[in-house]
Design a protein around this ligand. Structure first.
Ligand code: ZN
Length: 252
C-alpha cells in the first residue's frame, strides 16, 4: 500500500475528487492525507474525510494563509477540529519567508502554537519551510519537536539542513521535484531509508488544461520507482518500508 502523507485534495471540485480517488485506488494508494491551509480549508478536509474511507484529515494554518481569514481563537478552533476521529495530523504549518509573506514574528507564533496543539493532542505534524531554514531549525528546537513524530514536507534543501532535521527526529518527505532535480537526488540518496516518507502535495491545477498533467496521489509510484533505483532496493520492499515509516508517523 502507498500512503500520500501530504496533499490538498479537499481543494479539488467534487467530480474531480471522485476521479482522483478512483485513480488512487487503481494505483494502490490507499491512504491520502488532506491537509488544511486555513480554518475553513481544514474544515473542508475534515468533511471530505467523512466521505472517503482512504482520506484522512490534517488541520492547520499555512504560514502564507495567515491573513486569508479571521484567525481569532484559532488555537481553540484547530484544537477542536482534531477531535474528529479521522483527523490524524497537524498540517500544514511552518515558515515561509518570501517578500509578500505575512510578518515573520506572526508566522513564528502560529508555527510554535500549532506545534503545541500537536503535543497536547498527541498528533504528528507536517511542516513547510521556504527561505527560512535557519529560523525553522531554531524554532523546532525551541518547541522541542523531537518529542513529536514529525515530517519536513516537500523537502528540497541540502544535506546539511537535512542532517539538522534528522537530528531533531524529523522524517524527510520526498515529493515530485526529486524526479528531475539531480542535486536533490544526491541529498535524498544519503537520507537513511527508515527516515523517508513520500507525498505528492496534490492541489488543483486547473490552469493545466490537460488533466493527465495534474499531480495526483497516483503519482507516488513515480517517486517509488526513482527511489528504488537510487537506493538500489526492490520497489516492493521499498514500498513496504515506506508504508511502515508512514504508519509509525501517523500512529495507525
Ligand atoms: Zn502543501
Amino acid at each position: 500500500m502507498l500512503i500520500d502523507i501530504h496533499t490538498h485534495v479537499q481543494q479539488f471540485n467534487k467530480e474531480d475528487i471522485e476521479i482522483l480517488v478512483d485513480n488512487s485506488r487503481k494505483a494502490n494508494v490507499n491512504i491520502i492525507i488532506a491537509a488544511g491551509t486555513t480554518i475553513s480549508d481544514s474544515k473542508k478536509s475534515v468533511e471530505l474525510s467523512k466521505k472517503y474511507k482512504e482520506i484522512y484529515a490534517a488541520v492547520g494554518i499555512h504560514p502564507q494563509n495567515i491573513y486569508d481569514e479571521n484567525t481569532k481563537g484559532y488555537i481553540e478552533t484547530i484544537s477542536k477540529l482534531t477531535e474528529h476521529n479521522k483527523t490524524i495530523m497537524i498540517s500544514e504549518i511552518g515558515l515561509d519567508f518570501q517578500e509578500t509573506s505575512p510578518e515573520k514574528k506572526l508566522q513564528q507564533d502560529f508555527f510554535y502554537n500549532q506545534i503545541e496543539i500537536a503535543k497536547i493532542k498527541k498528533l504528528p505534524v507536517a511542516f513547510h519551510v521556504r527561505n527560512a531554514e535557519i529560523e525553522a531549525i531554531n524554532l523546532i528546537q525551541l518547541a522541542k519537536i523531537n518529542e513529536l513524530r514529525s515530517v519536513a514536507h516537500y523537502f528540497s534543501g541540502n544535506y546539511e539542513y537535512a542532517k539538522k532535521l534528522l537530528d531533531q527526529n524529523v522524517f524527510i518527505s520526498v515529493a515530485k521535484p526529486f524526479l528531475r532535480d539531480e542535486n536533490l537526488s544526491d541529498v535524498i540518496k544519503k537520507i537513511p531509508l527508515d527516515r523517508i516518507v513520500i507525498e505528492t502535495d496534490s492541489y488543483p491545477q486547473y490552469f493545466k488544461k490537460n488533466r493527465l498533467r495534474w499531480t495526483e496521489p497516483k503519482d507516488l509510484i513515480l517517486i517509488i520507482e526513482k527511489l528504488s533505483m537510487l537506493k538500489k532496493i526492490d520497489s516492493k520492499k521499498l514500498s513496504e518500508k515506506i508504508e511502515s515509516n508512514t504508519k509509525y508517523i501517523l500512529d495507525i
